[in-house]
Write a protein that binds this ligand. Structure first.
Ligand SMILES: NC(=O)c1ccc[n+]([C@@H]2O[C@H](COP(=O)([O-])OP(=O)(O)OC[C@H]3O[C@@H](n4cnc5c(N)ncnc54)[C@H](OP(=O)(O)O)[C@@H]3O)[C@@H](O)[C@H]2O)c1
Length: 449
């Protein structure tokens, strides 16, 4: 008789990385409490993984956690991981370089997959190449379960739910503000992912054009938004702001597009009738809107610094030599925002974020179709939380994982999806609130813009 293989509830792949170690630390808080009874960690270097485990459990002695060998360039090691777990949390990036083999192994084996990717091209390619097969094998693949892009996804849904009929939103603009009592610093891999994203921006456009079927767009009442000024002064929230070319807008678009195809959301693999009702009621209250994301700063000087870094990465990122320079001297070219060895623990602890959602629309949906109509209503909501990359991201990833483990039957059998459409109707928002990420209504007002 074959020996019975006991599966780990989850495996953290890349736990020795800068983000992975914080993900492990966060996951350990929930170990041995239902639904998380077992964790394994995996990667290339067992010594580093074992040191990471000590760091993550400090001041407690490290619990007994299995360390598994895995290399994203070795598919057999990934197949072996998948045979030993229900769920992989992938923290190995840049995802465009390392992610596909992990998705492929999960999809082949029917194992579930969550990651902290913020790279639109990777996510859209995985959706295009693996969605159908993942549906067949029962593998649920959800990227962007970190600061990219759960605050944007849930924050937009939260703002949309504040518009009570006959009021309808037309556009929600999100303004991200990063704050710190010390310096705001990110680790090199995030910077590398951004540089490679800029270098390959044309490939993403070409890929989108080459897709045989355009995703449906939601019907949004009212006019399409105008482009607006390059630098905006948002007086209401006291920020100067400029467009942030992050993954958020594209991830939200995918959620809204899936919702257009499936107006009741995605059926779970084995939902109770009560859950079906709850899911359908949730999605019927969501009103799609145009959505954009800007990065904000309290001073005009702060915005000019951000623009300078953006121009630098845009210019240098388009040539091989330029990219070499950008990646060789991250601190110089990012004006100190990214470092090879990442932020110190104090820098991580002293940082936080605010993400404002300024929603504009109509107090009555009938106004939306009138000629030369103007917004007459504004609803401002806000998501706030701790440092984005190494505190908020692990909290979000771990809460998504706990929901997946405890409520698997309420989630789709399989497929490649963005987080909003999968976790929107679950209690993810409440769980995030319980763990330090808040969602608040700031104001509801009539306007005369
Ligand atoms: N969504 C968000 O908001 C968010 C937040 C934070 C980070 N991220 C993303 O997360 C990714 C990781 O960032 P990071 O700063 O943690 O990077 P990092 O410190 O460089 O860590 C990378 C991890 O991947 C492992 N790894 C590298 N190549 C591997 C391979 N071939 N096989 C197996 N493991 C391999 C490394 O293992 P070794 O120890 O063996 O080198 C390490 O554990 C980046 O893409 C970043 O953009 C996203």
């Amino acid at each position: 008789m074959e020996p019975k293989v006991t599966k780990f509830d989850l495996i953290i792949l890349g736990a020795s990385g800068f983000t992975g170690k914080y993900v492990l630390k966060e996951a350990l808080k929930f170990l041995n409490k239902s639904p998380l009874n077992s964790i394994a960690i995996a990667g290339r270097n067992p010594t580093k993984l074992s040191q990471t485990l000590k760091w993550a459990s400090n001041p407690n002695p490290p619990p007994t956690i299995t360390i598994l060998p895995a290399d994203t360039s070795d598919p057999s090691s990934l197949r072996s991981l998948c045979s030993q777990t229900r769920l992989i949390l992938n923290c190995v990036g840049p995802f465009r370089l390392h992610g596909e083999s992990v998705v492929s192994a999960c999809v082949d084996s029917g194992c579930d997959y969550l990651d902290i990717c913020g790279e639109p091209e990777f996510m859209e390619r995985m959706e295009s190449d693996y969605h159908d097969r993942a549906g067949e094998t029962g593998s649920l693949v959800v990227s962007a379960c970190g600061f990219d892009s759960v605050p944007a996804e849930l924050g937009l849904l939260f703002n949309s739910l504040q518009w009570v009929g006959p009021a309808v939103p037309n556009r929600v603009e999100a303004y991200v503000s990063l704050e710190s009592r010390k310096r705001i610093v990110g680790n090199f891999a995030t910077y590398e992912s951004a540089v490679l994203g800029v270098a390959n921006a044309k490939d993403l456009q070409a890929f989108r054009r080459s897709r045989p079927r355009r995703r449906p767009r939601p019907q949004i009442p009212g006019p399409s938004p105008s482009k607006g000024q390059t630098i905006e002064h948002q007086k209401k929230i006291g920020l100067w702001a400029v467009v942030l070319p992050s993954a958020d807008a594209s991830v939200v678009r995918r959620t809204l597009s899936t919702l257009t195809e499936e107006p009741n959301g995605l059926p779970g693999s084995n939902e109770s009738s009560e859950t079906v009702q709850k899911r359908e009621a949730f999605w019927s209250s969501v009103k799609p809107t145009h959505f954009g994301v800007k990065i904000g700063s309290k001073s005009l000087f702060g915005i000019l610094r951000i623009i300078m870094v953006g121009i630098c990465i845009g210019l240098f990122g388009s040539t091989g030599f330029g990219r070499w320079l950008l990646l060789k001297f991250p601190s110089l070219f990012s004006l100190g925002w990214f470092r090879k060895n990442g932020p110190s623990e104090e820098e991580v602890e002293s940082a936080s974020f605010k993400m404002w959602f300024v929603g504009r629309g109509f107090s009555n949906g009938s106004l939306a179709s009138q000629e030369n109509t103007k917004h007459d209503m504004e609803i401002v909501t806000r998501v706030t939380g701790p440092e984005v990359g190494y505190v908020a991201t692990p909290i979000i990833l771990v809460q998504c994982a706990l929901i997946l483990l405890s409520q698997r039957k309420n989630l789709p059998k399989g497929g490649v999806y963005p987080p909003g459409i999968v976790f929107g109707p679950t209690d993810l928002q409440q769980k995030l609130q319980q763990n330090g990420i808040s969602f608040d209504v700031i104001s509801k007002s009539t306007i005369s813009s």
